[in-house]
Design a protein around this ligand. Structure first.
Ligand code: SF4
Length: 318
């Protein structure tokens, strides 16, 4: 197995009670089978509490959130009751992996960390220069029998070509973005309509969306990209999105179809536009620096968009 990941992956660790937010709110927390069985066997007061919040619906197992939207096991000090009582090994897959994600395609595995975590977003936007990508190889039983190796490698080559142009060619961000074949003109009205169809992760998102629409109404001529966001941040965001989503095209293609990356290209354009509007319209909060404003924008964008497959597919036009 060949594993590829950006270098910042190794620099991340959860800051737990120091986190300005928490990932233990706003969404259902899936429970994998091993953890489900382990939690079911817990007795006593904690066992009762676990049973109260463990739910099974339509074949999915998850923790139901409390009425205030938080995980019932998140303590007042922002630490996890299960982890504190039994140790990290006791957590389910989602809780121990988040915000990391993994995509496997034959003997190739892609690993990354989502910007949905404010600490990860802070690391991501603080770092300077190109994103280094690392490889590791290890023996395992995965094989390439059912894999269209040529297609997968074409997709990875195209992804690497784009990242190379974005990081190493000269010119402004917009010039490199066009040169890489990524630019598509975005219709803001359509983007806002799609944003209204997204299931809001919390009330704050609904308010924010309303504010974004008002802001766009007052600034109808603002360009697709803004010079208030540095070329470097736009470049890093583009590389993050391309690295994360290009491989999806492998799983979306029917056998007899030509490889078509239109969906992924549209997704990158919509995401960058949404981030731009969120960033520019994010004028109700006071930030100490533009870095703080970008971290706040990026992690909220990622939470709202990147963890809901329906939303991602809507932006892809699928
Ligand atoms: S959002 Fe990030 S830093 Fe905060 S609790 Fe979750 S993983 Fe830890």
């Amino acid at each position: 197995m060949i594993v590829e990941y950006p270098e910042y992956y190794c620099r991340f660790s959860c800051i737990a009670d120091k986190c300005p937010d928490t990932c233990c709110q706003g969404w259902e927390i899936d429970i994998d089978e091993t953890t489900w069985n382990k939690y079911k066997a817990v007795e006593g007061e904690l066992g009762e509490k676990l049973k109260k919040y463990m739910k099974e619906e339509n074949g999915c197992r998850f923790f139901k959130m409390r009425e205030d939207g938080y995980c019932a096991f998140l303590r007042e000090d922002n630490l996890c009751q299960l982890q504190r009582q039994f140790g990290e090994d006791y957590l389910g897959v989602i809780c121990s992996e988040h915000p990391r994600y993994f995509v496997e395609c034959g003997n190739y595995e892609q690993q990354d960390i989502s910007l949905a975590c404010p600490e990860m977003a802070r690391i991501f936007f603080t770092e300077k220069g190109n994103i280094a990508y690392c490889f590791e190889m290890y023996e395992d039983e995965s094989d390439e029998e059912d894999i269209d190796i040529e297609l997968r490698d074409r997709i990875l080559d195209d992804r690497n070509r784009i990242i190379d142009i974005m990081e190493n060619e000269s010119g402004t961000f917009t010039e490199r973005f066009r040169k890489a074949g990524l630019f598509r003109k975005i219709d803001d009205k359509l983007l806002m309509e799609m944003s209204e169809r997204m299931e809001p992760i919390n009330e704050a998102w609904t308010k924010r969306l309303q504010h974004m629409k008002e802001w766009l109404g007052k600034n109808p001529e603002c360009g697709q990209f803004s010079d208030k966001i540095s070329d470097e941040w736009y470049t890093r965001l583009t590389c993050y999105l391309v690295f994360r989503y290009w491989i999806d095209s492998y799983f979306e293609k029917d056998e007899d179809e030509e490889l078509d990356l239109t969906a992924e290209i549209m997704l990158v354009n919509y995401c960058l536009r949404l981030i731009t509007i969120m960033y520019l319209a994010n004028d109700e909060k006071v930030f100490e620096s533009e870095l703080e404003r970008m971290v706040d924008t990026a992690y909220i964008f990622s939470r709202e968009v990147e963890f809901d497959e329906d939303i991602v597919n809507m932006l892809k036009g699928l």
